[in-house]
Write a protein that binds this ligand. Structure first.
Ligand code: ADP
Length: 617
């Protein structure tokens, strides 16, 4: 038995950890049984690390021991323990890895969930790197005994009741690895029953890479199902395997089973999930591809097996063409990996193309979830750029919200003498619909693609053209518009003098003032000069603190608008009324306000009050 050798060190959890623990232990989880999945998954990671270390360090403790997980239960005493002979932990690792929140933003997220009185769905637990702490759902006090695999390591015992603090004490521990044990709370005593443990393991951990023993009996299958022939794998087995590697609770949206022999040989199972994680766009440690060499895991998150914009897929790749002790540097530069990557990428594209053509609902579901990341491939993967462009989907002014169109179908629906593909970028569908620049297009039923994902402004303009047709933002001043049909011819001299009054009033605030061909209802709008930056793009750059300099816009004036007509009349009457200039400034600042670009609203409101005072005299 373990003998106490040194005094006990007490540690306080950081404040945010205390809050987090409180949230976890009280009320957040819906399924306390997930604690077992989390512990098995940690043990399995630790065993993989031990197997890996053995390759480079012959002196590790127990080099020949069978790599396994042992679970022991005692239903009378309500005791539970799980033990692995994996890599173990040093004292420093105990302090740093257990006891801190790995990912920023975790606490805020959990607090929000609590405030909204939602339950934390099981599939989110794994995402936050707080897996170990799920044990406090089922236990009041937890003990960890651990010893790192290095031959000169020492054993440690960690204890905590999941409240304010934990203690660490040096102990004698003969074997390497980690044992975690606790007395189950009364509400969780079922987890000391054999049938229950078997049931949970077969639900969550059947595919663990190592045997799991319960009372000497192995209770999981250790099968590399990707080695089977495609027609030998049952759907249920595939779904279970997907859930095991992804920690998802849903079935996948689709999968690929790849088996290649030739100048590079590998087998692979690739899954496309149904739902995107909340932080899809953030590059982080979410595992995507597990790399195996003949059934032995050699890299947990092999970034080089797929291009970055496809990192939402989950799966395994198994090849004997790479050495067992392959490092990240090697996979990065290896030509074997390059071939595997392009083969997998090609197959993913074939699958997506098939969905896009024959299973539109499925494709749209995929696109809704993963589109924002998938699209970024346009700028990063030149060899597949054209394929990605064909697979892009858009909302458009002719479709209702949530409906998609492609560039191909846009082009086939173009008006007879329409030469360009039009788009408008903005924050969301609602504000896009209200944009005055859309009025002409709506009136004439000319389709405009409506882009509202933040990434769109970086991707779409860079496409440049499609099917030899220029892609143009309708924010631009030089759009080739046909003159409007029933346009009331404004008196040329009249409009000229009003326009020059606009110019005089606004001075250097605008690049130019011109009569508008595109406005139908609104009085004025701002457009971008030929070489200017799209206004949504400019906003994004500003948000990212990229100083773009103040770009001046062109003000277009709708000579048919009643207010503008009134202003023109006042002007001909020869009254050099101060109300004219006030209205002009107000109109200009009004558009800025709508675009979210008016930095100073006090003057705007003051002027508006003066105008109202005038009007109510
Ligand atoms: P996650 O597994 O998501 O990183 P956990 O809270 O479950 O978060 O575990 C935190 C860390 O503690 C792990 O990343 C690992 O470094 C360490 N750890 C947990 N369990 C074990 C174990 N059985 N053996 C070795 N290290 C472990």
């Amino acid at each position: 038995m373990n003998k106490k050798t040194e005094s006990i060190h007490k540690y306080e959890y950081k404040t945010e950890m205390k809050q987090l623990l409180n949230l976890i232990t009280h009320s957040l989880y819906t399924h306390p049984e997930v604690f077992l999945r989390e512990l098995v998954s940690n043990s399995s990671d630790a065993l993989n690390k031990a197997r890996f270390k053995k390759l480079t360090d012959k002196n590790i403790i127990d080099p020949d021991a069978e790599l396994r997980i042992k679970i022991e239960i005692d239903s009378k005493k309500q005791m539970f323990s799980i033990e692995d002979n994996g890599i173990g932990m040093t004292e420093e690792e105990l302090v740093n890895n257990i006891g801190t929140i790995a990912r920023s933003g975790t606490l805020e997220f959990l607090k929000n969930i609590k405030e909204e009185k939602k339950k934390l769905e099981e599939n989110l637990i794994g995402q936050f790197g707080v897996g170990f702490y799920s044990v406090f759902m089922v236990a009041d006090e937890v003990t960890i005994e651990t010893r790192n695999a290095a031959s000169d390591s020492k054993g440690y015992c960690w204890k905590s009741s999941g409240e304010g603090e934990f203690t660490i004490e040096e102990i004698n521990k003969k074997d390497r690895g980690t044992k975690i044990f606790f007395k189950l709370k009364d509400s969780a005593k079922e987890f000391s029953e054999e049938y229950k443990i078997k049931q949970i393991i077969s639900k969550y951990s059947n595919f663990a890479d190592f045997p799991i023993y319960l009372k000497k009996e192995q209770i999981n299958k250790v099968t590399a199902i990707w080695h089977k022939r495609a027609n030998e794998i049952k759907d249920a087995e595939l779904n279970d395997f997907y859930k095991f590697i992804s920690n998802d609770y849903d079935d996948p949206l689709g999968h690929l089973h790849i088996s290649m022999e030739g100048n590079v040989s590998f087998k692979s199972l690739i899954f496309i999930p149904k739902k995107a994680p909340m932080d899809l766009m953030r590059i982080q440690n979410e595992k995507s591809i597990y790399l195996y060499s003949n059934k032995i895991l050699i890299q947990e998150d092999c970034k080089d097996a797929i291009p970055d914009y496809l990192r939402f897929v989950k799966g395994v790749v198994d090849t004997t063409d790479l050495p067992l002790n392959v490092s990240r540097e090697i996979t990065q530069s290896s030509s074997v990996m390059g071939k595997i990557r392009s083969a997998i990428t090609g197959r993913i594209f074939s699958l997506l193309e098939e969905w896009a053509e024959k299973k539109t609902d499925k494709y749209n579901e995929f696109y809704k979830n993963f589109g924002p990341l998938f699209k970024t491939g346009v700028n990063s993967d030149f060899s597949n750029r054209d394929k990605i462009i064909e697979l892009l989907r858009f909302e458009s002014s002719l479709n209702s919200k949530g409906e998609y169109t492609s560039l191909k179908s846009y082009v086939s629906g173009m008006r007879e003498n329409q030469k360009e593909i039009y788009y408008l970028a903005g924050e969301n569908r609602e504000s896009l619909e209200k944009n005055p620049n859309l009025e002409y297009f709506k009136k004439n039923s000319i389709e405009v693609l409506l882009l509202s994902e933040p990434v769109d402004v970086f991707i779409f303009p860079s496409i440049g053209e499609y099917d030899k047709k220029k892609i143009k933002s309708i924010d631009k001043a030089d759009i080739d518009l046909e003159p409007q049909d029933k346009i009331e011819k404004p008196d040329d001299n009249l409009s000229k003098s009003l326009i020059s009054l606009f110019k005089e009033t606004l001075g250097t605030k605008v690049q130019d003032v011109v009569p508008s061909k595109r406005l139908v209802d609104s009085a004025v709008t701002l457009v971008v000069g030929k070489d200017g930056m799209d206004s949504q793009m400019e906003k994004m750059m500003r948000m990212m603190n990229q100083h773009t300099g103040e770009s001046k816009k062109i003000l277009e004036v709708n000579m048919n608008n009643p207010l503008i007509k009134n202003l023109a009349k006042i002007q001909i009457a020869g009254r050099n009324d101060p109300i004219l200039k006030k209205c002009i400034t107000q109109l200009y600042e009004g558009v800025l306000l709508m675009d979210g670009n008016l930095s100073q609203s006090a003057d705007f409101v003051k002027r508006m009050n003066e105008i109202m005072e005038d009007a109510t005299k």
